[in-house]
Design a protein around this ligand. Structure first.
Ligand SMILES: [Zn+2]
Length: 624
């Protein structure tokens, strides 16, 4: 339908023509958007002063019409990277490039999610090879650098074209030889690496010569040691990486520097959508603790303290673990079991009083381990595992510990820490963490699929610590999660995220040795028949008693008094303890009582841990 516009009165118009009409304004969507580049400066200036590379990148991107944002590596928040058309991680000649767990995790995940990045570092491959013994280092080397674990040489000549590739030709035809002069030449140079690469990457330029201590390396090695490397994930996730294994400012010609950057940017392409950053964060999710019956009038804080202490084992206890061999979906592959055994070894190596022994029969094991995929990774905490059904799992690993977990052995080490009775360190009220709670709930739902109660139980709720383990906060504890940026409001320095150093921290070691010190037979007290001995213990403390029977018969050991204790009976031969009985599983019956047939003249040790005494100093132990 044609609209008939009303007309003004005809007598109001003159007979003169109006001046030419102005052009219509351009709609907002028609304005071409400027492209944006993020340049991350990871030069901590240890080796050779300020980065000379940044001005070169800035100038190249400005010439290409980009808006350039510059950030320091310790300030950048990787979930913002997807907002840029291109990301450059520049280490220049920094000797210890990409040197934190957090940086490696950010780069691994960005690449894993199909991100495109230009990485510049004259030494990261050598650094990763020389110091790369952890699973995370290896993952970084293989998924970001695409370098082998072979030796990396530093003493190189000029860049020589090896493989025809768009980075060498489009839009600028680069020369066969690119002159290169290290600022600081030789075998310790941070200016260049000769990198051997995995088969999924392309070496575009290698080096005209590669030497060590003034001697050329064999031609066969030099030929496959590259300086300019490209990786294209193709259909896998669309990700691409250009890796300059040199300091860009040591390329002789400023014109070639700019052209090389332009070609690299051209090949990397623009506007790649990276989604789901943060999705491969793997968090342990503890199950609900069992409920115990306590007097109604007890102070809730005190109750929480008692429950937590009650999770600790009697020192000297032998904890048997087994890998479940049925049902089929619980069964783990041998290499997965190996990572878990490595986790047990991390604790064993500390020489603590708790022993771990692997057994085949689930009926003999307190710790029963499954590998049910998609069921999360978790463990019962300490003696809580007695509330788990006799053939059920007390520990589960719900993802591949090798291919899906950058934390590697740290994950089983953390779960075994729970089995030893240790809670999550980030729930320590001494941490003084003030959460951005809405962001934490959102993050946990998005990355873990958790409900609010799961997030409360594993992150938000504070745990009442006892004096020993709660006196300080340890953000590097094996029992501490890593947190993304924006989740912690206070302390302020963790607003950009918190990543524990990895492995057992100094305080983890001190802490476990406090609760479970190496066994010391000289500190035990002799027991004699029908003579009660006061325990004289504080909450959480343990005492060992020695008993040598003068006849072979059944003996009874018991604690008396209004208290909550746990008792373990050992036979001691040749300074080795063999565990006979533990009355650990009677959580409702607070006093301990054990009967056992003992042999005349043999030596027995009775270890008692006091969890709580309702009347101070009232508890005794007796044998009859
Ligand atoms: Zn945990």
């Amino acid at each position: 339908m044609k609209i008939e516009f009303a007309k003004p009165p005809a007598e109001e118009l003159s007979d003169q023509p109006a001046p030419p009409r102005k052009a219509a304004k351009i709609g907002l969507e028609a304005v071409s958007k400027r492209k944006s580049a993020l340049i991350i400066d990871d030069n901590n200036s240890i080796h050779a002063g300020e980065s000379q590379s940044l001005p070169i990148f800035m100038s190249a991107f400005k010439t290409l019409g980009y808006d350039v944002k510059l950030e320091k590596s310790n300030e950048t928040i990787y979930t913002t990277w997807k907002g840029y058309d291109i990301v450059v991680w520049s280490c220049s000649d920094d000797y210890s490039a990409v040197n934190t767990t957090k940086y490696m995790q950010m780069l691994i995940e960005y690449v894993d999610k199909g991100g495109r990045i230009l990485l510049e570092s004259g030494n990261v491959a050598a650094w990763a090879e020389e110091y790369g013994e952890t699973a995370l280092n290896r993952m970084f080397r293989e998924t970001v650098l695409h370098s082998t674990g072979d030796w990396v040489y530093h003493d190189v000549g000029d860049l020589k074209l090896k493989t025809n590739h768009p980075i060498a030709t489009t839009p600028n035809a680069l020369p066969e030889t690119i002159g290169f002069t290290p600022t600081d030449p030789g075998d310790d140079s941070g200016n260049a690496n000769a990198v051997r690469i995995l088969t999924d990457a392309t070496g575009i330029y290698n080096w005209s010569s590669v030497a060590y201590e003034g001697t050329l390396v064999k031609d066969s090695i030099a030929k496959k040691s590259y300086g300019l490397i490209a990786y294209d994930s193709k259909e896998k996730n669309g990700g691409r990486i250009v890796y300059f294994a040199f300091d860009i400012d040591d390329i002789d010609s400023p014109d070639i520097q700019q052209k090389l950057i332009q070609n690299s940017v051209n090949w990397l392409g623009n506007g790649i959508k990276v989604s789901g950053l943060g999705m491969n964060i793997r968090l342990c999710s503890l199950p609900k603790p069992p409920e115990r019956v306590f007097p109604k009038d007890i102070d809730p804080k005190r109750l929480q303290l008692i429950i937590m202490l009650a999770q600790k084992w009697v020192n000297g206890t032998v904890l048997h673990y087994c890998f479940l061999d049925q049902p089929a979906e619980y069964v783990g592959a041998d290499e997965q079991k190996k990572v878990v055994r490595d986790g047990f070894n991390k604790w064993k190596q500390l020489g603590i009083g708790i022993k771990f022994e692997e057994v085949a029969n689930p009926g003999d094991a307190q710790i029963r381990i499954g590998f049910l995929r998609g069921d999360g990774t978790w463990s019962a905490v300490g003696r809580d595992l007695f509330s788990v059904g006799p053939n059920e799992r007390t520990m589960n690993f719900g993802w591949d510990l090798i291919t899906e977990d950058p934390r590697g052995v740290d994950t089983p080490t953390h779960e075994i820490g729970h089995a030893l009775g240790f809670p999550h360190e980030h729930q320590n009220p001494k941490a003084g963490i003030v959460w951005n709670e809405d962001a934490v709930y959102d993050w946990a739902t998005r990355t873990q699929g958790w409900k609010k109660e799961d997030t409360d139980r594993n992150i938000i709720s504070k745990i009442v610590p006892d004096e020993v383990e709660g006196s300080t906060w340890d953000p590097d504890s094996i029992m501490h999660y890593a947190f993304a940026a924006g989740l912690i409001n206070e302390p302020e320095q963790y607003r950009n995220g918190l990543t524990p150093a990895g492995g057992l921290s100094e305080r983890d070691i001190t802490w476990v040795r406090t609760f479970y010190p190496p066994l010391d037979p000289t500190t035990s007290t002799d027991l004699t028949v029908n003579t009660p001995v006061p325990l004289s213990l504080g909450s959480g403390e343990q005492r060992d008693f020695t008993f040598v029977p003068d006849e072979t018969r059944t003996y009874n050991f018991a604690t008396e008094g209004e208290s909550d204790t746990v008792m373990v009976l050992f036979e001691e031969k040749n300074n080795k303890r063999n565990q006979l009985a533990a009355n650990d599983d009677s959580a409702e019956n607070f006093n301990s009582h054990t009967s056992w047939g003992l042999t005349k003249g043999n030596k027995y040790v009775i270890s008692i841990r006091l969890y709580h005494e309702w009347v101070k100093g009232d508890t005794t132990v007796k044998v009859w």
